[in-house]
Ligand binder design. Structure first.
Ligand SMILES: NC(=O)c1ccc[n+]([C@@H]2O[C@H](COP(=O)([O-])OP(=O)(O)OC[C@H]3O[C@@H](n4cnc5c(N)ncnc54)[C@H](OP(=O)(O)O)[C@@H]3O)[C@@H](O)[C@H]2O)c1
Length: 291
């Protein structure tokens, strides 16, 4: 039988349930909808730095200093049984720690890339807090072939910086005009292939890319070999229902390896960060290309 190596600190530190002194306080904090830590760092094993406060998170989630190209970080929350939503939205899966990480990731990003299905389902609005070291929040960039986005979405009416709509000239002109009138920067690209999308972001100097989904766009990024990092929150919930998982898209690709980089835990919520496996260079593939 093949032996699967398990990192020692993960075993010891996930044998929790003993130290529950903070449970009551954490429950109160959770009920209030905010999180003040501490969380335990399970990996990398550094007992001296095991407890983290929210203000430590930017260091944990720092982007590589100069990746030389857009670095694509994807962030999702999932139930234990793999549901990506409850009643069509992800809010029912969030926990205080997940919300803290979600906010931190936005504050580290140059741009938040999102598919139109998510913007519609989650009633997206603009990011609120400035990117660290800047005066303004990162813009949301929405990918849509149809340009079928309601102009009264918070994306257009409740944002500090104009939302970028990434579409093509094939989208109905009336819809594109409506979104421009609503304040969006509508960009007509030759196509919406992943290489084209990332090329446009790079052209704008946006290298710290945070993709917040949804599963359709994530599936395209995976198929193109473009995911550098996945931040996955596992919520301690069983959801069942008919929700999909965190990616769907073209079949037939061999699964690609990712390396576990960080594991944080807070009251049963696991905050996992995986990065592209060592030795696997990113080569963006167009749909249909052979890797
Ligand atoms: N749990 C989580 O963390 C999380 C995160 C995000 C979303 N979600 C959930 O996921 C669900 C939405 O799933 P979804 O798959 O519809 O989301 P999606 O990937 O955000 O949206 C898919 C849509 O985005 C556009 N799109 C994305 N990539 C494209 C590409 N490469 N080329 C052309 N168009 C592209 C298309 O829009 P057009 O139809 O306009 O052309 C497509 O129909 C919601 O229930 C949401 O709550 C959960």
């Amino acid at each position: 039988m093949r032996k699967v190596p398990v990192p020692f600190p993960l075993i010891t530190l996930t044998g929790i349930g003993v130290d529950d002194g903070g449970r009551e306080r954490r429950a109160a904090v959770a009920a209030a909808g905010c999180w003040d830590g501490p969380v335990r760092r399970l990996l990398p094993p550094d007992p001296a730095a095991a407890d983290l406060a929210p203000e430590d998170l930017p260091e944990v989630y720092a982007y590589p200093p100069d990746p030389g190209r857009p670095w694509v970080r994807v962030n999702f929350v999932s139930s234990l049984d793999g549901a990506v939503s409850v009643d069509g939205r992800s809010g029912g899966l969030g926990t205080p720690a997940d919300k803290a990480v979600f906010g931190t990731l936005r504050r580290l990003a140059d741009v938040v890339l999102v598919g139109a299905g998510t913007a519609r389902a989650e009633r997206y609005r603009g990011a609120r807090r400035p990117t660290l070291g800047r005066d303004v929040p990162p813009p949301i960039a929405v990918v849509t072939g149809s340009a079928a986005l309601e102009p009264d979405l918070g994306l257009f009416t409740d944002t500090f910086v104009p939302t970028i709509v990434l579409t093509t000239a094939a989208a109905p002109p009336g819809r594109r005009a409506t979104l421009r009138e609503a304040g969006a920067e509508v960009v007509e690209l030759p196509d919406l292939a992943v290489a084209t999308l990332l090329g446009e972001l790079e052209r704008r100097g946006m290298r710290r890319v945070l993709c917040e989904g949804g599963p359709g766009l994530h599936g395209d990024l995976i198929a193109a070999g473009a995911v550098d990092e996945l931040c996955l929150t596992l919520s301690p919930l069983l959801a069942a229902g008919d929700a999909g998982r965190i990616a769907h898209g073209p079949a037939g690709r061999a699964p690609e390896g990712m390396r576990l980089a960080t594991v944080l835990e807070e009251d049963g919520t696991l905050l996992l960060r995986y990065v592209r496996a060592a030795g696997r260079d990113r080569r963006i593939r167009r749909s249909g290309d052979v890797a």
